[in-house]
Write a protein that binds this ligand. Structure first.
Ligand code: EPU
Length: 437
């Protein structure tokens, strides 16, 4: 138990759950509050490795991927404790073990993001090579090339990559593709490199800007994060800082998709419309009306009609395009919309695998390479299905909101990797979702 009163072990959370049961209830209504962004929180935790002392992160989601990153930091010798419902305290001692073991990297491939921070602060790092996953192959060549540009040397043996450096030196890094992970590794390493580093063709996701804000609070000097060119003036040392994680735009889109499929009126507290521009454009085309609210806790007020309209085409692209993480949710919406849509995946070759599960629920979807033709059906048909990954799992639950009869989604532990209180929030919106014992 961290902090005495707050549960810290996975056993006390829903990620022990294997199956969810969903029955349709019609339109949704109510209010949910979005948790902190998984894909920012995990990297902020990794960045904490770079400053001796106590880091405090607020608005950290209670999800199993965060537990996994906490386990990774603990295995290196850091102390990680929940000191509030969503506040994490990370204590970095003088000496740590700069290594990410296979058991943890296998559980969560985002562990690779410790490579840059460790190399920068310790001068060496040993990290298990992440394999492929349900999206297909996911190489780390761009991460390594960027760190080599900064003066790292890598050898791979026995399933591990080992990096060393006599001291990183700032340089110009030109990424072949705006990879989120490679941008993060390069940016975190660059803050402790000697001189100026520029990262060109950098990823522009809001999470990159959040990580840069945190690093700057730690004493780094980063400009341009969130744009294609990030400029970093190296500093010799970072100090610990306190930071609040930005809201999770993918979680927000999940509740948008839920109300889109089921119809109704909901409010999503904490969601930031300015992080979701393009997906909101697509949702408007489908007939979802979203109003951004201001005030103490900004959010979105959402109205969805009884049935959505199809859209001609949706293609995933790096930010500010439609994120690949939204795609399963969009496909679930289009599977019940009126008309035919074409969905194109441009980031992960294998990210269509859940479609077979939607087809088992009666969806009319045909895939051809990285395209899917989705012919909307008014209602789907409840069936037993399996969640292949976080977002696809959430999308199957969303689709089940408009499926006659009961749907049971197995592999729900995937959903718990990325969603804080998934079932509780759907229930708060009036959905009939429960855990199968
Ligand atoms: N790529 C390479 N070589 C590299 C790095 C990436 O070929 O060295 C390729 C990948 O195979 C992929 C493309 O580049 O085809 C984009 O990958 P990117 O590096 O941008 O993705 P990532 O950093 O591995 C993060 C998120 C994903 C999200 C993608 C794209 C985290 C922990 N993960 O992954 O989120 O889909 O960016 O936006 O930040 C999720 O949250 O469930 C999730 C999978």
């Amino acid at each position: 138990m961290g902090g005495g009163q707050v549960p810290a072990s996975a056993a006390e959370h829903t990620w022990e759950v294997q199956r969810l049961r969903i029955a349709p209830v019609g339109a949704l209504s109510g209010r949910v509050r979005v948790a902190g962004a998984k894909n920012s929180a995990l990297k902020l935790m990794a960045a904490a490795v770079m400053a001796r002392g106590t880091t405090v992160l607020h608005n950290v989601p209670r999800i199993s991927d965060v537990d996994c990153m906490a386990d990774l930091l603990r295995s290196m010798g850091l102390g990680v404790t929940w000191v509030g419902n969503s506040t994490l305290q990370i204590v970095r001692p003088e000496t740590i073990v700069p290594e990410a073991p296979y058991e943890l990297v296998e559980r969560m491939r985002a562990s690779i993001v410790v490579l840059g921070p460790l190399l920068a602060v310790e001068g060496r790092a040993r990290v298990a090579l992440p394999g492929g996953d349900d999206f297909g192959p996911r190489p780390i060549d761009m991460h390594l090339r960027a760190l080599e540009d900064l003066g790292g040397t890598f050898v791979s043996a026995h399933g591990y990559v080992e990096g060393t450096t006599p001291g990183l030196v700032g340089t110009r890094i030109l990424l072949e593709f705006p990879s989120v992970g490679a941008t993060e590794n390069a940016m975190m390493a660059g803050v402790l490199a000697k001189g100026t580093t520029t990262i060109e063709n950098a990823a522009r996701e809001p999470e990159i800007a959040d990580i840069a804000a945190f690093l700057n609070a730690m004493g780094a000097r980063i400009l341009g994060a969130g744009t294609s060119t990030v400029t970093i003036e190296g500093v010799s040392e970072l100090h610990p800082a306190e930071h609040t994680v930005i809201p999770d735009r993918i979680e927000a889109a999940t509740w948008l998709a839920a109300v889109g499929v089921a119809g109704g009126d909901i409010e999503i507290e904490g969601a930031r419309a300015d992080h979701m521009d393009m997906v909101l454009v697509k949702l408007a085309e489908m007939g979802v009306e979203v109003t951004a609210t201001e005030g103490q806790l900004p959010g979105l007020v959402v109205h969805a009609p009884e049935r959505l309209r199809a859209v001609d085409s949706v293609a995933t692209l790096p930010y500010p395009g439609v994120a690949t993480d939204y795609k399963p949710l969009l496909v679930a919406m289009l599977a019940t919309a009126d008309g035919v849509s074409i969905v194109t995946e441009n980031l992960f070759a294998g990210r269509f695998r859940y479609i077979d599960e939607l087809v088992r629920m009666g969806a009319d979807i045909r895939t051809e390479g990285h395209h899917a033709v989705v012919r909307g059906r008014d209602r789907l048909s409840g069936a037993p299905v399996r969640a292949p990954d976080i977002r696809a799992g959430a999308a199957l639950v969303v689709a089940a909101l408009r499926a006659d009869g009961e749907t049971v989604v197995a592999g729900a532990d995937h959903i718990a990797r990325g969603y804080d209180d998934f079932v509780g929030k759907l229930v708060a919106l009036g959905a009939d979702v429960s855990v199968v014992d």
